[in-house]
Every structure is written in structure tokens, then in C-alpha cells.
Design a binder for this molecule. Structure first.
Ligand code: GDP
Ligand code: IMO
Ligand code: MG
Length: 431
């Protein structure tokens, strides 16, 4: 058993990219299995920042293979651009380091156009999507009409498939949304050079590669995108993304069974953020929220949007631990809490006059929940230089202990800054 699934336990942007990069030093394979370029995963090494949307966050380690499995919706223009930038920076010099499944669903310009048109039509009720075409692409997959990455390399049938898809989208765009139609020729023109560029990364069956690696006990990391509360089935529906973001999705999206999975690590911010619309009980609409945003640099890595900020929510986290089967926690951005005199943690909600400690899954209920808080004493010291738990002020270790006890799950990693080295290990990931 050598598989470790890394998932976001909140509404995304917990620091998955940083943790996967740090863990990757010892991993043989890193697999992205769902989502698309809606993800923005930030890695920071020696002060240099790399933001990845589709390429797995193991790519900075030359000997770590990166796999994009069938469950991912692939924007070929974005990934080609990402690959170019990595190569310019001396990375990904060997094309065999990256494998893209032929079975990935393609995101084409019309998916983005439809995404935007739908959001516009929703007005104030909008989801607040990233505009990357995620919803329309997954819909097309479910409708069994998607164009797949492997189709790009079948020039005889590609145009026909794209034409069929565009016909339907154009009908919607023109007649329902009153938008300009998409031109087939321009899509084909755009795809031609990208197909040649991406050919070296093509892999017919990534599921087989991952299966073989697990069988010989190679160390495989599964890199989740988004967060548990954005899960299509188990998140804050309808304010969710269009893929399943919880740990089970790693199996489905890759095409493997559960037998090889040893750990499921929750990436958990020491407070909470959310981008886009939807309920957020512990949101701080005041100067404390603004301070979290300011100190934590809480602006989207994909869209640059301001992230909504609030206190840690244990009710939602316990739910995430349950639906993912979390075994270990990485507690991120603890440094951002330095300088808060008091730190609040939500331990229960009040819903319609009753106190509840189980997260309510019925759509609409969460929006009526009021957070009930426990208050902890903060600390003023800058902890970004800490290299060991002993370097932390007692109030910070109390906070870590309190959260670990409440969640009844071991906190193995504490992160005190965006850099690789700003990582405190309480227990090693791989024995
Ligand atoms: P992801 O989507 O889960 O990979 O997270 P993002 O990259 O979107 O957002 C996390 C942000 O926090 C990035 O800018 C990271 O560089 C940064 N970050 C990660 N860990 C820490 C930490 O411990 N402290 C601070 N201050 N920043 C961190
Ligand atoms: P990472 O992997 C935070 C949010 C959007 C919106 C909702 C639906 O960086 O954590 P979509 O474009 O997926 O249809 O938008 O999901 N969202 C994210 N929020 N981090 C992400 O990814 C997200 N990916 C999507 O803001 O609310
Ligand atoms: Mg992100």
C-alpha cells in the first residue's frame, strides 16, 4: 500500500499545491484526477513562485512522474502554455515526465463561452465560476458526446466530432443566450498547432501506469483540486464545481481500486476561505476578515478574485473528514494567524433555534446556520522562521493541539509560510 490521496478539506485554496510539491520530493508519481484549469496551485521555492492549473504539482522534481488521468477536463491551450513556461524555466526537459490520458475530456472554446453565458443569465444568482468551462465540459462528458484528448490525434474524425458538438452549443448560444455563435474553422485552426505540441505527452492508458506503480509499491500521490465543500454531490450544492472533489474521486478519476490507498491527507487552512457564491457560516465581513485576506494574500491564483475569509469551521471540517475518510491533516497558513489577539473556532451551529454539531447537507440549510464559537488566546510572534514545533509560541501549539483533538485526527504537518522550507513535520508522510 503506497498510495496517498491529498484533498482540500474546505472550499479550495487550502495549500494543496505547496504540500504536493513538498511531498513529491519522495514520490515516484503524482496524479491529477479531477477538475481542470479552474484549479490554481501555488508552489514557492527559494522565493520563486510557480502557479499550476493542470500540470501536477510534482513537476518541480525532475524524477517525479506527473500523470493527468481520465477524470480531468483538459484545456489544451492552457496546458500547452503551462508546459512552455515550465520549459523556459528549465523544468520538464524530458517529455516522458508528463503523461496525459487519451481519455481526458477536452475543454474547447465553446465550453468557456457557455460557462460565461450561463453565469450572465443567472445574474445575482450566479455560481461565481472561474469561467474555465468546467461545468459545460463535464456535462458534455455525461451526455456521451465529449471530444477526448485522444480524438485530437484522429484527424479524419475530429472535425466531425467538433462540428456536432458546436452545432448544439451554437443553437444554445444564439437562440437561448442571444450570444454570438462559435466558428468551427477557428476552433480547428487553434487546435492544429496544439495537437503537435502536446503529442509527446500522450498516454493511451494512465490507469495502467498508476496500477503498475502501486503494485510494485512505488509511492503515488493523488493531487486533488478544489475542496470537499465544492464537491458536486456532497458540497454546498448548487454552489459547487462540476466534479467530485472528495477522496473517492481519486479512484474513479484515475481508474483504480481502493486497495492501494494508505493515507488520505486533508489540506486544511488554519482559517477558512471561499471564492465565488454560496453559504459560508464563519465568514467575517469586517476588519478581521480584511486582515486575514491581507496577511494571507487571499486572492485567487486562477482568477485574481478576492477570497472571502473567516474563522476555522470544525463542523464543516468534521464532515469533510467523514466523507473523505481522512487519516491525517496538514494544517496550513498558521503564520497568518499571528497578531490576532483572540482566535475564534466554530464548534457548532445554531439552525432554526437549535444547536447542531452535524453539518447540514440539505441545500439551503447551511445558509441559515449561525456559527457558535470557542475563543482561544492568540500570539503576536512572527512564526514564519520556525523550523521546529519547539520554535512556536505556546498559544500556537495550543491552537494546533485544540484543532487536532476536536477533529480527532492527527495533524502531521504544520505550514508556517508559502516556501518549501516553511514546513514543520510532526510525522513523516512516507515511512
Ligand atoms: P491550492 O489551490 O490549495 O494549491 O492553494 P493556492 O495555491 O490557491 O492558495 C494557497 C496560497 O497560500 C498560495 O499563495 C500559497 O503560496 C500560500 N501558502 C501555502 N502555504 C502557506 C503558509 O503556510 N503560509 C502562508 N502565508 N502562505 C501559504
Ligand atoms: P483549487 O484547486 C477555490 C469554485 C469557484 C466557484 C465554484 C464553481 O485552486 O483549490 P467552476 O469554475 O469550478 O465551475 O466554479 O468552484 N472553485 C474554486 N475555488 N479553489 C479552486 O481550485 C476552485 N475551483 C473552482 O470559485 O465558486
Ligand atoms: Mg488554488
Amino acid at each position: 500500500m503506497s498510495g496517498t490521496i491529498v484533498v482540500g478539506s474546505q472550499w479550495g485554496d487550502e495549500g494543496k499545491g505547496k504540500v504536493v510539491d513538498v511531498f513529491s520530493a519522495k514520490a515516484d508519481l503524482v496524479v491529477r484526477y479531477q477538475g481542470g484549469a479552474n484549479a490554481g496551485h501555488t508552489l514557492q521555492v527559494d522565493g520563486k513562485q510557480t502557479i499550476l492549473h493542470l500540470v501536477p504539482s510534482g513537476v518541480l522534481h525532475e524524477s517525479t512522474k506527473c500523470v493527468i488521468a481520465a477524470g480531468v477536463v483538459l484545456d489544451v491551450a492552457t496546458i500547452a502554455q503551462e508546459i512552455r513556461a515550465l520549459k523556459t524555466n528549465g523544468l520538464l526537459q524530458n517529455p516522458t515526465q508528463l503523461l496525459i490520458s487519451d481519455s481526458c475530456t477536452l475543454i474547447l472554446p465553446y465550453h468557456k463561452r457557455l460557462d460565461a453565458a450561463r453565469e450572465k443569465a443567472l445574474g445575482n444568482e450566479k455560481i461565481g465560476t472561474t469561467g474555465k468551462g468546467i461545468g459545460p465540459a463535464y456535462e458534455e462528458r455525461a451526455s456521451r458526446k465529449a471530444v477526448l484528448f485522444g480524438d485530437l490525434f484522429q484527424p479524419d474524425s475530429l472535425r466531425e466530432k467538433i462540428e456536432a458538438s458546436i452545432k448544439e452549443k451554437n443553437f444554445l448560444l444564439e437562440n437561448y443566450y442571444k450570444e454570438e455563435p462559435i466558428n468551427v474553422d477557428s476552433v480547428m485552426e487553434e487546435l492544429k498547432p496544439l495537437t503537435d505540441e502536446l503529442a509527446p505527452y500522450r498516454c493511451k492508458d494512465t490507469s495502467l501506469i498508476v496500477h503498475k506503480a502501486l503494485k510494485v509499491k512505488k509511492k503515488v500521490l493523488f493531487e486533488g483540486a478544489q475542496g470537499s465543500l465544492l464537491d458536486l454531490l456532497h458540497g454546498t450544492y448548487p454552489f459547487v464545481t462540476s466534479s467530485s472533489t472528495i477522496a473517492g474521486s481519486a479512484l474513479v478519476g484515475t481508474g483504480i481500486g481502493p486497495g492501494g490507498i494508505e493515507k488520505v491527507v486533508a489540506i486544511t487552512k488554519a482559517y477558512t476561505t471561499r471564492v465565488g457564491s454560496g453559504p459560508f457560516p464563519t465568514e467575517l465581513d469586517d476588519e478581521l476578515g480584511a486582515k486575514l485576506r491581507d496577511v494571507g494574500k487571499e486572492y485567487g491564483a486562477t482568477t485574481g478574485r478576492e477570497r472571502r475569509c473567516g474563522w476555522l469551521d470544525l463542523v464543516a471540517l468534521k464532515y469533510a473528514i467523514r466523507v473523505n475518510g481522512i487519516t491525517n491533516i496538514a494544517l496550513m497558513k498558521l503564520d497568518v494567524l499571528s497578531g490576532f489577539e483572540k482566535i475564534k473556532v466554530c464548534h457548532a451551529y445554531e439552525l432554526d433555534g437549535e444547536t447542531i454539531t452535524e453539518y447540514p447537507v440539505t441545500p439551503g440549510d447551511l445558509a441559515r446556520c449561525k456559527p457558535l464559537y470557542k475563543e482561544l488566546v492568540g500570539w503576536s510572534e512572527d512564526i514564519t522562521g520556525a523550523v521546529d514545533m519547539k520554535d512556536l509560541p505556546i498559544q500556537a501549539t495550543d491552537y494546533i493541539q485544540f484543532v487536532g483533538n476536536e477533529l480527532a485526527t492527527p495533524i502531521d504537518v504544520v505550514s508556517v509560510g508559502p516556501g518549501r522550507k516553511q514546513t514543520l513535520w510532526l510525522k513523516p508522510l512516507f515511512a
